[in-house]
Design a protein around this ligand. Structure first.
Ligand code: ZN
Length: 412
């Protein structure tokens, strides 16, 4: 049986609620809770069914002074910022990282070059390729092991429109029975236009038309084809900015002697090298009303707790709608109207699950998409896998918050 999965990056449930979007062909519709973090954590969770704490894929940069592929850069540490940290050096480092140091095609210089020798980068391999999530088995690894012909399309090769065309061609030539289309362009669109309903409507119509064509082509080859459209997270409208970097710099502590910080759009991560620095940053953050420090217990529940603290000894998360106004993650002058990477309980962060057939397992979080893909591909006995997973790792690590429905069906 043919199965088609389409992942539309950042298409949140809030953007479809109350709107028509393929309702006739995809009548089974559920919001999905995402995982804390960005696509770099969410997509590996979809592809493996396991939380970031298990895959090791969370944010892109982690503290690893011994293993850093940029160790050699420490000899440039004496250079002033004007020379060491500017647009040109960041661009050079990006290209070096991608082409010479084996950091993969997605590598961006998301940390100041001055501190780069202390960090390593998670996504060195193409996560959509076989063995792309080392230490875990992705749906693609499994399909390969079982000899099931499949095709994966991602922005590593093509634009969204090209992916649609290519997939239709491959479906028609019956080259595979499992298709996974990753469409990445909606993310940037919603970052810039999430407050413009007319633009969104127009964009959704384009995707609707394209996906209808895919479905039609697949049903012509196999009338039993199932199609499922999912996303990895939503997009929350930005309402406030806060200069967290300036706030912390004003404490007068020194990087990297006293502490290290990486500022993502919605999150700051800290490592400390003395007790005073730790206390000072803690006290300062605790006074802020734009976000909060996440306790370890909560990190565990969210499936993002790492014993060795490689992603930060302290994680400060902004409340939904707040944005770090100058970060490492975003280039200068980038002023998005929408952002993701907030607490998974923020309704704007909800992802989507839209399917032509009733899911055979309970679907509540993006991790559950994995079982749906296994079943659609004819892998894994579903009852067993659900029972063993709900009694095992997913409860401990807590990506699945709340209870699964015992009947193993989802609300449409
Ligand atoms: Zn994004």
């Amino acid at each position: 049986m043919l199965a088609v999965f389409v992942l539309i990056d950042a298409l949140g449930w809030q953007y479809l609620e109350g709107r028509e979007f393929l309702n006739d062909i995809l009548p089974y519709r559920i919001p999905l809770q995402t995982v804390l973090g960005f696509s770099s954590g969410a997509i590996p969770t979809i592809l493996t069914g396991r939380p970031p704490a298990a895959t090791g894929h969370w944010n892109l940069f982690y503290y690893d002074p011994k293993g850093s592929p940029f160790r050699w850069l420490r000899f440039a540490g004496f250079l002033p910022d004007a020379l060491l940290d500017n647009r040109v050096t960041r661009k050079v480092l990006k290209e070096l990282g991608r082409r010479v140091l084996g950091m993969g095609p997605l590598f961006e210089c998301g940390v100041s070059p001055r501190f780069l020798p202390l960090f390593n980068f998670v996504e060195k391999t193409n996560i959509y390729a076989d063995g792309g999530i080392p230490g875990s088995s992705s749906i693609f690894d499994e399909l390969t092991r079982r000899g099931i012909a499949h095709r994966v399309y991602s922005y590593h090769h093509l634009s969204d429109a090209n992916i649609i065309d290519q997939a239709i061609q491959d479906i028609q030539s019956k080259t595979a029975s499992f298709f996974f289309l990753y469409l990445s362009e909606m993310d940037m669109f919603l970052h810039m236009h999430c407050k413009e309903p007319e633009q969104i409507e127009k964009r959704l119509r384009t995707y609707e038309k394209a996906l209808r064509k895919v479905f039609k082509a697949a049903r012509e080859v196999d009338s039993q084809t199932t199609m499922t459209v999912i996303s990895d997270h939503g997009m929350t409208p930005v309402r406030h900015h806060f200069d967290l970097v300036a706030k912390i710099q004003a404490l007068g502590l020194k990087m990297p002697d006293d502490y290290l910080a990486v500022y993502d759009s919605t999150m700051a991560r800290f490592w400390f090298f003395n007790a005073e620095a730790k206390q000072s940053v803690h006290d300062s953050l605790n006074k802020l009303s734009c976000g909060r420090i996440l306790p370890d217990e909560e990190l565990r529940q969210l499936g993002v707790y790492f014993e060795d603290r490689r992603f930060g000894e302290l994680i400060f998360l902004l409340h939904p709608g707040w944005l770090v106004s100058q970060g490492d993650f975003n280039g200068k002058g980038w002023m998005p109207t929408g952002m993701h990477g907030y607490h998974p309980q923020d309704p704007w962060s909800d992802a989507i699950f839209l399917s032509s057939s009733q899911p055979t397992v309970a679907v509540r979080t993006i991790a559950d998409v994995y079982s749906c893909m296994q079943n659609a591909a004819g892998l894994a006995p579903q009852i067993e896998s659900l029972a063993s997973r709900s009694g095992g790792e997913s409860i401990q690590t807590g990506v699945t918050v709340g209870t699964r429905q015992p009947t193993g069906t989802a609300q449409a």
